[in-house]
Design a protein around this ligand. Structure first.
Ligand SMILES: [Zn+2]
Length: 342
């Protein structure tokens, strides 16, 4: 069977066609979906058959974007010569908070989707009756890593674990998988900790508050710290990855900003540990690729932790930057199995 994962980003939509099977080899990726909501656990293998990207133009209307997405999906299926009936699900990862029952975007950086019936409109545009699920992109990342990435280390005990996925990218977001279930919250706002306050009276944020975690731990947040603190000495405005590179070659200003970032990250991860006491914290997003973040993190975390024994393991993502689309497809798979097994 096949499932489509669609990752809706600020600058592009990435669609991927995933094939699911019971048996696989090293070319295939293992997954383990814990039992949930009366449905039995499901396990097997998947592989990405094909992916396609589409640039998103901010000025396009909602109706035009839905048409573009439907055309992208049809092209993906058509090029593989697959019958529509073989595609059992469509999972959407969207940049916003999704109401768990209404499947509607409540808040997000792409205002065009807020309040729209995206899943219904796509089904109508495709004239197709499969399972469709819509979830926040950081929640999709956390789900993918829990059931097919980092979480595989726990095998079939994944259903007993707590895994936090944290995106450190152009923004900061995350998702919580507790005992095999993705935590959405009442209005889909669980995991939106990028807008928790790290410093009262700190840098203003687009959300209307100031001192938000995102203003310090996102890529642009790190750049702004470097720029504000050292602009006089530096004629350039390097981006986040360039700042990490400068620190590697012992540029003192970059070292100071990276060290400050590591302290802020430790403080934030300790706060989340106090809230959830997770088994694993997995980091994703562009900034998470920096090896230096994982060095000394245990020592930096220690003083901030209330329960100091066995601090949570903090690891880099396993599934790469396709985790959003993969997670969306794996959520659709979970819905499909839940319905089929009912
Ligand atoms: Zn904010």
């Amino acid at each position: 069977m096949y499932i489509i994962g669609l990752d809706i980003g600020g600058t592009k939509v990435e669609a991927m066609l995933l094939e699911f099977r019971q048996e696989g080899n090293e070319q295939w990726q293992r997954y383990y979906l814990p039992a949930a909501q009366g449905a039995a656990a499901a396990a097997g293998y998947f592989r990405i058959v094909q992916r396609q990207r589409l640039p998103t133009q901010r000025c396009r209307s909602y109706a035009a974007i839905v048409e573009d997405m439907a055309a992208l999906i049809q092209r993906l299926i058509g090029e593989q010569g697959i019958k529509d009936a073989e595609v059992v699900g469509l999972g959407l990862a969207a940049p916003g908070s999704i109401h768990p029952e209404r499947q509607e975007m409540m808040a997000g950086s792409s205002g065009v989707f807020i309040g729209q019936d995206l899943t219904g409109d796509l089904q109508r545009a495709l004239a197709w009756q499969g399972v469709v699920s819509l979830e926040n992109d950081a929640n999709c990342f956390a789900w993918a890593e829990a059931v097919a990435g980092v979480g595989l280390r726990f095998g079939d005990t994944i259903g007993d674990k707590t895994i936090l996925g944290i995106i450190l990218g152009t923004g900061v977001g995350g998702g919580v998988v507790i005992r095999g279930r993705l935590l959405s919250g009442r209005r889909g706002g669980a995991g939106e900790w990028g807008h928790c306050r790290l410093f009262p009276g700190g840098a203003p944020c687009y959300c209307g508050n100031n001192g938000c975690v995102e203003r310090y731990l996102s890529g642009p947040g790190l750049e702004a710290q470097y720029h504000q603190q050292y602009y006089q000495q530096s004629p350039e405005r390097p981006d986040a990855l360039a700042i990490f590179k400068l620190a590697e070659v012992f540029e003192p200003m970059a070292i100071a900003v990276v060290k400050q970032y590591q302290r802020h990250l430790a403080q934030f991860l300790a706060t989340l540990s106090q809230c959830f006491d997770p088994d694993v914290i997995v980091l994703g997003g562009g900034v998470s690729t920096q090896a230096v973040l994982y060095e000394e993190l245990g020592d930096l975390l220690g003083p901030y932790l209330f329960v100091k024994e066995e601090p949570p393991t903090v690891v880099r993502h396993h599934l790469g930057d396709s985790a959003g689309g993969i997670g969306a497809a794996l959520l659709a798979a979970a819905h499909f199995y839940a319905i089929r097994n009912r």
